[in-house]
Design a protein around this ligand. Structure first.
Ligand code: HEC
Ligand code: HEC
Length: 582
C-alpha cells in the first residue's frame, strides 16, 4: 500500500478557525493552534437537540494542526515520522547498553553472567538475541516492500541497519544506548502492513520496565563490570539508568494489551519531592502512599488518527489543555526518571522537534477496510446501518457523511468513501457505565501533575472526569478489541447488551486475514477458532470478570423502551457493514 498524505482530507474550512484576535496576534510563519480548554474544532458548527440535550458538531478537523502550506506541511510530517520512530529526547536516562547486552546474548547458559542474571531476572535468560527480545516486546519489523506500508508515512529504508519499530538508538561516542520510542505502543502490524498510529495490540513496554528495574536495582556496578567487562561508555549508560530507575515505580498491566503508563507516572511522582520540579529527594524521605499501587487504571494505547477531531486528550479527556504531544513527552520522561529542569531546557531548545512530531500525529490516517478486504461491504446493508447509526449513535459518536449520500453514479470504491466527519466541536465525556477504574485513576495524581512548573510552561492542565470520550469511529474496524480496556472482542459484541457479551475471549495477532479475523462480527474469531499457540496461551486469554477488565456498560442504547434488545440480528449486521466503511 502506498502511504496517503492526502491533501483532500484536510477540510478547507480549516483555515478559518482561528479567531480574528488570534490572527492579529500571530505573525509567525505558523499559526499556533488553540490548545486551551475552551478550544473548538475549526469549520461550521451546527447544534441539534438529541434526547433533550444540545449537541454541537463541527464539520472541520485539525489534520494540518499548524496550518502550514502544503509543502511545509509535508516536510513537518515527514520529519515528525522520524521522531515517532526514533525517540528524540536524547537526554533520556533509561537506556540499554547495546554492546554489553550483545555480549550477554552471546554468552552460553553456564557462564557466570547468565547464572547471575538467572538469579535476579529469570525472564531475561530465555533470550538469545535482541530480535527475540523485540518479539517478546511485541515490536514489529520495519516494512520492506511497498505492499507492507500502511496509510501513514514511514521513512524509507536507507540501507543502514534498523532495529524494530519502536526502538530508538542513541549514539554515545560510537557505542549505542537503546530506548523505546512512541512507536513501541503506537504502531502495529495489520495483516502484513505496518500502521503508524494504530494501537500496538501486544505491547510489553511496562513489563520491560519491571524487568529492567529488577535487574538495575539488584546489580551493583562492580558486578556489571566484573561479569560483562563492558566498555566505559556502557558503564556510564548503565549507571545513568541505575540512578534514574530509583525514581521510577513500575507496575505490570493486568492483561496483555493493556498499559500501565499512567500508573507509572503517578507512582513515580509519589516517590519524588512535592516541589514544582518534583526534584529528587535527599536525606530522609517518605514516599507518599498512592492508591494506584493497588488499584488498576489500565487502558490501551490510543489511536492517533482521532486527534484531529479532538480538543481534549486521553480516553477520558482528562488532559484539558496543552499540546498533547508535549504532555506525552513529559509523561514519558517522568516514567523514565527524568530530571525535570533538564527536560524543561530540552523543551525550550527543541520546539521544532515537538512541532514536527505534533504535525505527524495529527496528520495520521486510519487504514481503510476496503484496502484489506476489497469489495466485501454490502452497500445496501451499510446504508440501512447508516440510518440506524444516525438515530441511535450520532449524538455521541458524530455524523459520517458518505459519498453515496450525494451521488448516484459512483463505483463501489467511490460510494463507500466518507466525505465528511462531523464531530463534537468540543470533546465530550459520557459515563455509559463502562469500567470506571481508568478514569478514577486520574484522581490519584492529577494534583502532582498540575503542580509541576513544566506542566505550567507547556500549558497542560489535568482534570479528572467521570466517564470516557465517545471516540470518533473512523477506522473503527481496525481498532478491535473495543473500549478503553479492550473488554469487548468484536463490533458485533459491542452491539449486544453487556449481559450477552462474551465473558472471556482469546486474542491473536493480525497476521492472516482469514484465520485471525472474524470479518462478519469484525474482531477476534471465537476462542475455538483461534490458532495455536495463541489459543492455549494464558496470556492471550482476556477474562472480563477480573478487576479493571469489566465489559459492562454501553448498553442502554442497545435496548428498546421495554428493556428488550433494540437491534435484530439483521440490523446488527447492517450496522457492522456501515461501521466498516468508516
Ligand atoms: C508505553 C506505551 C506508550 C508509549 C511509549 C507512548 N504512549 Fe501514547 N499512549 C499510551 C496509552 C496507554 C495511551 C492512552 C491512555 C488513556 O487515554 O487511557 C496513550 C495516549 C496517547 C495520546 C492521546 C490520544 C487521544 O486520543 O487523546 C497521544 C497524543 C499519545 N499517546 C502520543 C504519544 C507520543 C507522541 C508518544 C512518544 C513521545 C507516546 N504517545 C508514547 C501509551 C504509550
Ligand atoms: C450516550 C453516548 C453514546 C451513545 C449513544 C453511543 N455510544 Fe458508543 N461509546 C460511548 C462511549 C463513552 C464510549 C467509550 C467507552 C469506553 O471506552 O469505556 C463508546 C465506545 C464505543 C465503541 C468502541 C470504541 C473503541 O475505540 O473501542 C464503539 C464501536 C461504539 N461505541 C459504537 C456505538 C454504536 C454503534 C452506537 C449506537 C448503536 C453507540 N456507540 C452509541 C458513548 C456512546
Amino acid at each position: 500500500m502506498k502511504y496517503k498524505l492526502l491533501k483532500s482530507h484536510i477540510s478547507t474550512s480549516f483555515f478559518i478557525y482561528s479567531t480574528c484576535l488570534f490572527a492579529i496576534l500571530n505573525f509567525k510563519a505558523f499559526a499556533s493552534p488553540d490548545w486551551s480548554a475552551s478550544a473548538t474544532l475549526p469549520g461550521n458548527i451546527e447544534c441539534h437537540e438529541v434526547h433533550g440535550k444540545e449537541v454541537c458538531l463541527s464539520d472541520g478537523n485539525r489534520a494540518n494542526i499548524w496550518q502550514a502550506s502544503d509543502q511545509e506541511w509535508e516536510k513537518l510530517v515527514k520529519r515528525g515520522a522520524e521522531h515517532a520512530l526514533n525517540y528524540p529526547v536524547e537526554i533520556t536516562r533509561l537506556q540499554l547498553p547495546k554492546t554489553s547486552m550483545d555480549k550477554f546474548f552471546q554468552s552460553d547458559s553456564s557462564s557466570p553472567l547468565r547464572r547471575f542474571v538467572f538469579r535476579i531476572a529469570r525472564g531475561l535468560t530465555q533470550f538469545k538475541s535482541f530480535d527475540a527480545i523485540y518479539q517478546w516486546l511485541g515490536l514489529h519489523e520495519f516494512p520492506e516492500t511497498t505492499a507492507e506500508y500502511g496509510p501513514n508515512y514511514i521513512p524509507p529504508f536507507n540501507g543502514t541497519a534498523r532495529e524494530a519499530m519502536g526502538v530508538s538508538v542513541f549514539n554515545h561516542n560510537g557505542y549505542q544506548g537503546l530506548s523505546f520510542s512512541c512507536a513501541a505502543c503506537h504502531s502495529s502490524n495489520l495483516f502484513g502492513t505496518k500502521v503508524m498510529g494504530l494501537t500496538n495490540r501486544f505491547p510489553r513496554a511496562n513489563e520491560a520496565f519491571v524487568m529492567g528495574k529488577s535487574i538495575l536495582s539488584k546489580t551493583p556496578t562492580f558486578i556489571f563490570r566484573t561479569l560483562v567487562n563492558p566498555p566505559e561508555e556502557d558503564v556510564k549508560i548503565f549507571n545513568e539508568a541505575k540512578t534514574a530507575m530509583k525514581y521510577v515505580r513500575v507496575k505490570e498491566p493486568i492483561a496483555l494489551g493493556l498499559d500501565t503508563s499512567l500508573a507509572q507516572v503517578g507512582l513515580s511522582l509519589a516517590i519524588r519531592s512535592k516541589d514544582e520540579y518534583a526534584s529528587f529527594p535527599t536525606g530522609r524521605f517518605r514516599p507518599r502512599a498512592n492508591p494506584l499501587d493497588r488499584k488498576p487504571a489500565d487502558s490501551k494505547p490510543a489511536v492517533w488518527w482521532n486527534l484531529k477531531y479532538k480538543t481534549k486528550w486521553l480516553s477520558d479527556a482528562s488532559i484539558q489543555s496543552g499540546n498533547p504531544v508535549h504532555t506525552n513527552f513529559l509523561w514519558n520522561e517522568i516514567g523514565r526518571g527524568a530530571d525535570l529542569e533538564k527536560l524543561e531546557t530540552w523543551f525550550e531548545t527543541n520546539q521544532r522537534k515537538v512541532k514536527e512530531l505534533t504535525a505527524y500525529v495529527f496528520a495520521t490516517e486510519a487504514p481503510e477496510f476496503n484496502d484489506y478486504f476489497p469489495g466485501q461491504i454490502n452497500i445496501t446493508r451499510a446504508k440501512r446501518g447508516q440510518k440506524l447509526f444516525l438515530k441511535n449513535c450520532s449524538g455521541c459518536h458524530g455524523i459520517y457523511e458518505k459519498a453515496w449520500d450525494q451521488f448516484d453514479d459512483l463505483s463501489y470504491e467511490e460510494s463507500i468513501a466518507t466525505v465528511k466527519v462531523r464531530y463534537h466541536a468540543r470533546t465530550i465525556v459520557k459515563d455509559v457505565g463502562t469500567d470506571p477504574l481508568r478514569y478514577e485513576g486520574m484522581n490519584y495524581f492529577s494534583q502532582d501533575l498540575n503542580r509541576l512548573q513544566i506542566s505550567e510552561s507547556i500549558g497542560t492542565v489535568v482534570k479528572p472526569q467521570n466517564g470516557y470520550v465517545p471516540p470518533p469511529l473512523v477506522g473503527i474496524w481496525a481498532r478491535y478489541p473495543y473500549f478503553h480496556n479492550n473488554s469487548v472482542p468484536t463490533l458485533y459484541d459491542i452491539l449486544l447488551p453487556d449481559y450477552k457479551r462474551p465473558k472471556r475471549y482469546v486474542s491473536v495477532p493480525a497476521i492472516d486475514k482469514v484465520q485471525d479475523f472474524d470479518r462478519e462480527k469484525n474482531g477476534y474469531p471465537s476462542p475455538a477458532l483461534i490458532r495455536e499457540p495463541f489459543r492455549s496461551d494464558r496470556e492471550h486469554l482476556f477474562d472480563t470478570r477480573k478487576t479493571g477488565m469489566s465489559n459492562q456498560g454501553h448498553t442502554s442504547m442497545m435496548l428498546d423502551e421495554n428493556g428488550g434488545e433494540k437491534f435484530s440480528e439483521s440490523e446488527k449486521i447492517d450496522l457492522i457493514n456501515f461501521l466498516q466503511t468508516l
